[in-house]
Ligand binder design. Structure first.
Ligand code: COA
Length: 329
């Protein structure tokens, strides 16, 4: 078992290391100590981890994943106060899951996540995804602070959130099919999001600057954004007149984003100078009409990308090609 960090906070020494089979009983004890609501947030169900599950979770390290534990020394012996792990779910992606004991919250979650991200980066993983309940405000805040993107899926009761292991945003997973549509704003702000995902397009939604993000938005700091660079279309779906929308629109037009840019907030009229660089998308259009407009914009620039998705998904009803494996549970 390899030691990754030793840190002392509020007089308590905590060691972060890779979990090993000898940690089985301690990890079971840690899960037993968690309130039922925390277990529901971790496992998205009323499942209570048994010995078999915990042994398999620890063994993930033998299958290209990793499980880290935060351990304190107490008068009674060692106590696991947090765990975090990832399991490969695609070519260069892995699914993460983590828990922190209720009496150790406040710094350990963010710290442990950073250690896990570094571990994943060293293992060649570009993005980590997490499946979380929409009311899991703590985990959402944690991932937002690292600059995350959401992947709309079939099940609205679970959010799939991606963070990158390097840089300040995630990137498109290598195996996400084209065309790729980046929504700037919440996924729900573009009516075509879910239909596009069902039709086999890859869709990621990035809330851009703000939203509790501590990592700066690359678009606004003169750097390139991997999500924008590798998108086949960008839909700007933030409220018209909001500072974020204005800043992003200016950044896209200044840098002449190569992919078609569609502005879906009804608040702008393309001025003649900018009209060639972006086009308006009716925010009140139906999902299918909005998707048709985005496809048409992609076709004007790269017809083959759109055709490929249609061909790959001909005859497929429902189910996103980008749906992740439920790897971490
Ligand atoms: C999610 C979890 C790992 C976070 O660890 P933590 O040590 O509690 O992290 P923090 O206390 O620093 O909280 C993380 C952020 O959420 C914020 N936060 C915490 N609870 C919040 C709440 N109820 N509403 C809004 N924000 C909240 C914190 O202020 C912090 O944001 P900041 O960094 O901007 O201050 C921990 O709460 C946990 O184990 N939850 C149960 C299991 C779970 O949900 N796992 C995730 C699914 S895999």
């Amino acid at each position: 078992m390899s030691l990754l960090h030793r840190i002392t906070v509020a007089g308590r020494a905590t060691t972060i290391r890779e979990a090993a089979r000898e940690d089985l009983a301690l990890l079971i004890e840690h899960y037993r100590s968690l309130p039922a609501e925390d277990l529901r947030r971790r496992f998205l169900s009323t499942f209570r981890p048994d010995e078999r599950f915990v042994a398999a979770w620890i063994d993930r390290s033998e299958q290209g994943g990793a499980v880290l534990v935060a351990v304190e020394q107490t008068p009674e012996g060692e106590r696991i106060v947090a765990d975090a792990g990832y399991v490969p779910s695609g070519e260069d992606t892995a699914e993460l899951a983590m828990t922190v004991a209720a009496d150790r919250r406040g710094w350990l979650g963010p710290f442990l996540l950073d250690v896990l991200v570094e571990h994943a980066r060293n293992a060649g993983i570009a993005d980590l995804s997490a499946e979380i309940l929409p009311n899991n405000a703590g985990m959402l805040a944690l991932l937002r602070s690292r600059g995350c993107a959401l992947r709309p899926g079939e099940d609205p009761s679970v959010l799939e959130v991606l963070i990158g292991t390097s840089g300040t945003t995630p990137s498109w997973p290598a195996d996400s099919p084209r065309p790729r549509v980046l929504v700037e704003g919440s996924a729900a702000a573009w009516p075509g999001s879910q239909m596009a995902a069902r039709a086999g397009l890859s869709v990621l939604a990035c809330s851009g600057p703000g939203h509790g993000r501590s990592h700066p938005c690359p678009m606004l700091t003169g750097r390139t954004c991997p999500l924008v660079e590798e998108a086949d279309a960008v839909v700007l779906a933030m409220p018209a007149g909001s500072p974020c929308a204005e800043q992003l629109l200016a950044a896209h037009t200044e840098r002449d984003t190569a992919a078609p840019l569609l502005v879906s907030n009804g608040g702008h009229d393309p001025d003649p100078d900018r009209a060639t660089r972006w086009s308006p998308l009716d925010p009140l259009a139906s999902a299918s009409e909005s998707l048709r407009q985005v496809r048409a914009a992609i076709d004007r620039v790269a017809p083959r990308a759109s055709d490929a998705a249609r061909r790959d998904h001909a005859g497929v009803s429902g189910g996103s090609a980008a749906a992740p494996a439920r790897a971490a549970r």
